[in-house]
Structure formats: C-alpha cells, structure tokens
Design a protein around this ligand. Structure first.
Ligand code: ACO
Length: 324
C-alpha cells in the first residue's frame, strides 16, 4: 500500500491589508467601538487581508494551487484529485474545486469540495491521504480557501475583527515512505449553534441569517479541549510521543487558544507556527497558509514531524500528523 507525503506547498493572500486601526476607524464611523489594543490583547491579531469586492474563493484557491504545483515541480496535468475545503464557495454549484480545475486549464481528474469550516483543510488532507493510500490517486491538490469577509456582519464587533481572506494549498503525492503518519477527524453536531452561518437559499431568496454568529467563550473552551485530546489521540495512533513533534501548525483562531493548547501538551511556544497576527483567522485556509509560510522561511525542514490541527463550526475538529 503506498504512503502519501506533502511534496509542495503554496499560499495566496489578497493584496489589501486592513490593520486593526483601519478597522477601528471604519467601525467608529458607524458608531461601533473597538480598538487595536482590545483586538491584540484578546486575540493576537494585528491585521488581516481582505479581498476586493467581486474577488471569489476560486481565484484565491487557484493562485495558491499554482504556487503549490511550482513548489512540487509538477504540472496541473499531473494532478488526479483536487479537493477544496471552503465555507465560502463561489456558487451553490459547481464546486469551487471544479472552478479551480478549469482555471488550471485541465479536466478529467476528480474534483470536489469539503465543508468542515475551519477544520476543512485537515478533513481534506485526511481524505486525500485515504485516496492515495488506496491507490485511487497519485498526486492530489489539497486546498483551503476562503473569502470569509463575504459572510461577516461588519456591524458585529464580536466577530468581524477576527477573520481574513486567503488560500493555502499542498500537493500530496504517493510515496514509498510516510508522509502522513496518522489522521484523526471528529465532529459533534450537537454543538452546531455555537458557531454557524445559518442562512439558506429558498425560492430564490436568502432566508435565515447568512452571517457568521459565534458564542466566543463556548468556542474557546471546546477548541482547547478538543485539540488537546486530538493531539494526544493522533500521536498515540502514530506511536510517537508528543515531545517528538517538531512543529505545531494549528488553526489560527486566537493566540490565547494556541498558547493554552501548547502548554497543556507540554510543548514550548517556540514550536508553534503563528501567522494569525498578520493573516487573522482565514478559516479553512489558515493551516495550509501557515504551513506554507514556515516551509518557505526554512523553519520546517525535511524529516521533521509536524502536527496540523483544525477546529471550527459543526462543531468539527481534527489532526493530521505528517513527516515532511
Ligand atoms: N472591541 C471591543 N470590545 C469588544 C469587541 C471588540 N471587537 N468584541 C467584544 N467586545 C466586548 C464585548 O461586548 C464585552 O463587553 P461587555 O462586557 O460590555 O458586554 C467584552 O468585550 C467582553 O466580551 P467577551 O465576548 O466576554 O470577550 P472574550 O474575552 O471572550 O473575547 C473572543 C472574545 C476574542 C471572541 C474570545 O471569546 C475568543 O477568542 N473565543 C474563541 C473564538 C474564536 O477564536 N473564534 C474564531 C472562529 S472559531 C474558530 O476558528 C474555531
């Protein structure tokens, strides 16, 4: 049975940077108070990238996919599986993965989207791993991409300050040695109400509330507890000690969540890859974007063990343990 390993990474951020001060000034103009100090102290976020109106998730995803293909030294035609994790697809259908495939100028390979909100990328990576291990694919493009700004209520200071737009991608290829060491996916649909965008399209109109709503404190607690347990489970499954993890690349939600998790696991904060200060929370894009940053700046090196973790709406969470 073949193994699967990451052979390339890529990322793309829309060029417009919105700092906390920019956002505070914008909200103040509508009579809503926030500040750089509040946002930095509670979240660690300093700025986010926001797509221009009309820029869609497939555009960001395609740019990240091209960068990942370049880094893997492959052509689009070499890819036989495309999975896009997103909660902000361009359309109800076709899937964003099919749009990316068309943008890359190829056809024929399987292409579909996965919806697991901020856990979407680890769900997609675990799925691609299963395809490769079962011999159904040789080279998979696994992408997390979001225009999350499109589902934010810009009058709700409790949520709009937390998120940004972007895309990250990896190429996962069949290999003789692992690669992906273990995967662990979980969900608890009973917690759907703590983080949701509960709108739908009915008779040609949006019904319900299409904006992201969140019980921040409930999400905080569940995120910490579920990711600590998930890290222990995936390491046990792979037969490695937590201390053997060289780098943690967790979903970039909030620096306090990340620090809680690393402390509970007994890992120093130096082993955490953090991009949320510059990217904010880009939902399904956050893990592959952070992975790409740390691979390109030389922190993550060949042979190292990396824990990728996602957590988000659903409620969903999961871990993928990889050797680079
Ligand atoms: N600026 C200024 N004040 C604010 C802001 C803001 N942007 N947002 C909320 N406040 C106010 C609240 O209104 C409240 O005021 P009040 O006491 O007068 O009512 C006060 O700040 C405290 O609000 P809390 O919600 O209790 O603040 P908390 O310390 O819990 O921080 C936060 C909020 C940052 C959302 C925190 O709960 C958190 O990080 N939760 C995790 C959720 C998360 O990261 N979600 C990301 C998406 S989910 C995911 O990716 C897994």
């Amino acid at each position: 049975m073949p193994f699967a390993r990451i052979t390339g990474t890529g990322g793309y951020l829309p060029p417009r940077i919105v700092t906390n001060n920019d956002l505070a000034a914008d909200l103040a103009a509508r009579g809503i108070e926030t500040s750089d100090t509040w946002i930095v102290e509670r979240t660690g976020i300093h700025q986010r990238h926001i797509a221009e109106p009309g820029v869609k998730t497939s555009t960001l995803a395609t740019a990240a996919a091209r960068a990942a293909l370049d880094s893997a030294g492959l052509q689009a035609g070499d890819i036989d599986l495309i999975i896009v994790a997103t909660s902000t697809p361009d359309f109800i259908f076709p899937s964003t993965a099919c749009l990316v495939q068309a943008n890359l100028g190829v056809g024929g390979a399987a292409a579909f989207d996965i919806q697991a909100v901020c856990s979407g990328f680890v769900y997609a990576l675990a799925t691609a791993n299963a395809f490769i291990r079962s011999g159904q694919a040789q080279h998979a493009l696994v992408i997390g991409a979001e225009v999350f700004s499109s589902i934010l209520d810009w009058n709700d200071r409790r949520t709009c300050v937390l998120f940004g737009d972007g895309a990250g991608a990896v190429v996962l290829s069949a290999a003789e040695a692992p690669g992906v060491l273990a995967t662990r996916l979980n969900a608890d649909g009973r917690q759907q109400h703590i983080l949701c965008a509960a709108g739908t399209v009915e008779a040609g109109k949006v019904t319900g509330d299409p904006f992201l709503r969140m019980d921040g404190q409930a999400v905080f607690k569940l995120a910490v507890n579920s990711l600590v347990q998930s890290a222990r489970d995936v390491c046990a499954q792979a037969g490695i000690a937590i201390d053997d993890i060289d780098w943690m690349v967790p979903h970039q939600a909030n620096i306090r969540i990340l620090n809680f998790i690393s402390r509970r696991l007994g890992l120093s904060d130096e082993r955490l890859v953090v991009t949320l200060d510059r990217h904010a929370n880009t939902s399904a894009a956050s893990v592959p974007l952070a992975l790409d940053v740390a691979c390109r700046d030389g922190r993550i090196r060949a042979g190292q063990t990396v824990l990728l973790q996602g957590v988000g709406g659903g409620f969903t969470w999961g871990s993928v343990l990889v050797r680079i």
